[in-house]
Design a protein around this ligand. Structure first.
Ligand SMILES: NC(=O)c1ccc[n+]([C@@H]2O[C@H](COP(=O)([O-])OP(=O)(O)OC[C@H]3O[C@@H](n4cnc5c(N)ncnc54)[C@H](O)[C@@H]3O)[C@@H](O)[C@H]2O)c1
Length: 332
């Protein structure tokens, strides 16, 4: 494969850094833009070029993208705290929608040919499962709304400006390099971090929410492939097949860690979708997606990673709109 000039936004983050590794291994020239709000220098592939830029800043984004002139952009920069989004709507909108448009416009002005966007199954909201790509999206939360706005923007602007785009909708991705300091998302590492501190973790509602937890190595290969091949305008759900309740997940993590501390149950979080299961027929057919890693195996490898990191201080911040519905463990 001919080497391409590729920009990965959010490339110091969890999924983004694995995408960068995959692209570097395939021989591409990879540049990363990340503001390190949720990513880490230790995640950055030494064979890539790193620019610490906040993509909410239009002028900074413009300057760097003009210099890089990427042929392909993998856009992963975001704040993906889906349940916090209702309490900090400006933050989620600016880190998703604004950061995206500030990336797309200069990339188009400087010759970008294709953009691979990491959306989310949050766009389906509480529609009937398994979610299919043919569904008309109906997001329940502001994170899903911002992802859908980006998807629609790609659809419209690609018709006018003649570039290619591919949309991936992954779900519940976990594994080594996931941010353990974020108390608002990444349930698996939140549970593990609490256990490393010998503390209980919190479950919102009755713990019967069902999710399909998807191991990073399986997901990253499918995202990587979207940069190449004939997939213009296609949408792919990507992730594991088997669903588990949060109570089942909790039991597995306690078993693997050998640390048994009963969870504390809190009220439901507003707008949280109860069952999120998607259909992966498209990804299996076109991207040869394979759900290879059973949950137990993935949890063992993630626990080894969490132990190497050690207990992490959780980084809470003040939300934009306080409310009696704000989970009480999020009050700072
Ligand atoms: N983890 C999942 O389960 C999952 C599921 C579906 C979709 N996604 C999407 O995949 C992408 C990556 O998610 P992740 O789990 O790796 O999260 P992450 O927080 O580890 O990665 C996001 C990266 O974006 C960077 N970033 C945020 N705002 C920025 C800004 N304004 N300018 C520059 N960089 C900025 C952060 O520093 C971070 O490194 C996101 O777009 C997310 O919405 C994730």
């Amino acid at each position: 494969m001919k080497s391409k000039s590729i920009l990965v936004t959010g490339g110091a983050g969890f999924i983004g850094s694995h995408v960068v590794d995959r692209l570097v291994t395939a021989g591409h020239k990879v540049r990363i833009i990340d503001d390190l709000s949720g990513g880490f220098l230790r995640n950055i592939n030494p064979k890539s070029e790193f620019y610490k830029v906040d993509l909410r800043n239009k002028n900074s984004a413009d300057k760097i993208i003009k210099k890089i002139k990427p042929e392909i952009v993998y856009h992963l920069a975001a704040n993906a705290a889906e349940n916090k989004a209702q309490f900090s709507p400006i933050d989620v909108t600016s880190r998703n929608w604004n950061a995206f448009i500030n990336t797309l416009v200069p990339a188009l002005r400087n010759g970008m040919k294709r953009l691979v966007f990491t959306s989310s199954i949050a766009v389906y909201g509480a529609l009937q499962t398994p979610f299919k790509e043919t569904y008309k999206p109906e997001p329940e939360d502001l994170y899903g709304i911002s992802k859908l706005a980006i998807e629609k923007t790609l659809e419209v602007l690609s018709k006018v400006h003649k570039f290619e785009y591919v949309i991936t909708r992954p779900h519940n991705v976990y594994g080594p390099r996931q941010n353990m300091t974020d108390p608002y998302r990444n349930v698996i590492t939140i549970f593990m971090n609490a256990l490393l501190k010998n503390q209980p973790y919190y479950i919102y509602g009755d713990g019967n929410q069902r999710r399909c937890f998807s191991y990073i190595d399986d997901v990253v290969d499918a995202i990587f492939k979207c940069g190449f091949g004939n997939f213009h305008g296609m949408v792919f759900n990507i992730g594991a097949e088997k669903d588990y309740s949060l109570n089942q997940l909790s039991e597995i993590i306690q078993k693997v860690s050998g640390i048994n501390i009963p969870p504390i149950y809190l009220d439901n979080r507003p707008q949280e979708v109860k069952i999120a299961i998607s259909d992966h027929t498209q990804a299996i057919k076109y991207l040869h997606y394979q759900d290879k890693t059973p949950l137990l195996k993935g949890i063992i490898s993630t626990w080894e990673y969490a132990k190497r990191q050690g207990p992490q201080k959780s980084c809470f911040d003040t939300v934009e709109i306080d409310s009696p519905l704000l989970p009480k463990n999020w009050k700072v």
